[in-house]
Design a protein around this ligand. Structure first.
Ligand SMILES: Cc1ncc(COP(=O)(O)O)c(C=O)c1O
Length: 386
């Protein structure tokens, strides 16, 4: 038996941390989970009610490969309501989470060997999906001063120095929560156009923003952008495995053929129910106020607990800490925090195998009382600075 090289992608370290945390829980410890990036809340009740109804009234067969027309239409309407952007339902593709969207987007936009720029640290699946599809990630490290985010200047420099075919941006980003300003997104779009780069914008953390930087879709200044989004985060529907893309019209048929062959369709039950997610704003905003309170507790409490250098947490539910004054082995520090404080935290190596040895990510998607207790426990650890 042989195993392919492209199958040799990195594991999700966060899953290993979660397993270790669950093990401690099984041993009787009360662990605070700050490792996983998923809401602690279920799908909105309107969504769950609609799913229950569909279970008894719908046959729930295959759906169209590009998605149920009613859902595509509702998503297109959302772009008018949320961003004032006119999107045709034809441009909307429903996907199996944004994860399915990345596979379709990368396959439709790039041939094997293409080179895609990505700001590091980054959500690990980007680099792993790229590798599995024989595409090459070109890491761009702008550092703490730029909030670790992509900048037009860094992209322009990379495009001059090396061959590039595409660029992937994410605002707000995982693991940092840092955002890119609307003006900078426009400038990045200009650079992409100048160097003929396909731009993919991961907007999965939209609507989870704390007002420090305005939220903008890449579509506002680039009608050729591929926008990826999901019901997983703001809409609190991770396990329903449903997301969407907005793609330029000339790409739709290619994506349809790929989706037909790779997935046939996205689960029909999730699609019917997701239409209602857009009516659940009151419940979803209540979830959001919990994240706001959590963020305040951590932004005030983490520096007092020894985590002095935090990336701007403009959005999402993450805080990224530079711990180079504490350690050069973030995995060991995470193990210590779990063993001595019973708090599960993700080491930066998940998001940047090279420079993540001196960073950690705290997720604050859990309940507020857990955040306050986490700060108490971290203070008791008495972390020593170099
Ligand atoms: C930045 C980012 N993009 C995409 C995803 C994938 O989400 P899903 O496939 O559930 O839509 C995640 C999940 O954590 C993420 O953090």
């Amino acid at each position: 038996m042989t195993l392919s090289r492209r199958g040799e992608v990195d594991p999700f370290i966060v899953m290993d941390v979660m397993q270790a945390a669950n093990q401690r829980e099984a041993e009787g410890h009360r662990v605070i989970h700050m490792e996983v990036g998923q809401p602690g809340t279920p799908a909105p009740s309107l969504v769950r009610d609609e799913a229950a109804h569909a279970l008894t009234t719908d046959k729930l067969g295959y759906a169209e490969a590009l998605g149920l027309p009613a859902l595509r239409t509702r998503i297109a309407r959302h772009y008018g309501e949320a961003y004032g952007a006119e999107i045709s339902p034809e441009q909307v593709v429903v996907t199996s989470g944004s994860s399915g969207g990345f596979q379709l987007a990368f396959l439709a936009a790039f041939d094997a060997g293409a080179r895609i720029a990505l700001a590091m640290p980054a959500y690990p699946a980007y680099r792993n999906i790229l590798k599995a599809l024989d595409l090459t990630m070109v890491p761009i490290r702008t550092g703490a001063a730029a909030g670790y985010q992509m900048t037009a200047q860094a992209l322009d420099r990379a495009a001059r120095e090396t061959k590039l075919d595409g660029v992937l941006i994410a605002s707000p980003a995982n693991p940092t929560g840092a955002m890119i300003s609307p003006e900078e997104i426009e400038a990045i779009n200009d650079v992409a156009r100048r160097h003929s780069l396909t731009l993919i914008s991961d907007e999965i953390y939209h609507r989870l923003t704390y007002g420090t930087v305005p939220e903008a879709t890449a579509l506002a200044t680039n009608r050729e952008a591929i926008v990826i989004n999901s019901f997983s985060k703001y809409y609190s529907m991770t396990g329903w495995r449903i997301g969407w893309m907005i793609v330029p019209e000339p790409m739709v048929r290619s994506i349809e053929r790929l989706a037909q062959n790779l997935f046939i369709s996205v689960p029909t039950l999730s699609q019917i129910a997701a239409i209602k997610a857009f009516n659940a704003t009151a419940e979803l905003e209540r979830n959001f106020t919990v994240y706001m309170a959590n963020r305040e507790i951590l932004m005030a409490g983490l520096p007092a607990s020894g985590f002095r250098r935090l990336a701007p947490s403009d959005g999402a539910f993450y805080i990224y800490a530079d711990v180079s004054d504490l350690t050069d082995d973030s995995e060991a520090l995470c193990k210590r925090i779990l063993a001595e404080a019973n708090i599960a935290v993700t080491p930066g190596t998940d998001f940047d195998p090279k420079q993540g040895r001196s960073t950690l990510r705290f997720s604050f998607a859990g309940p507020t009382d857990h955040m306050a207790e986490a700060i108490d426990r971290l203070k008791k650890l008495q972390l020593v600075h170099a």
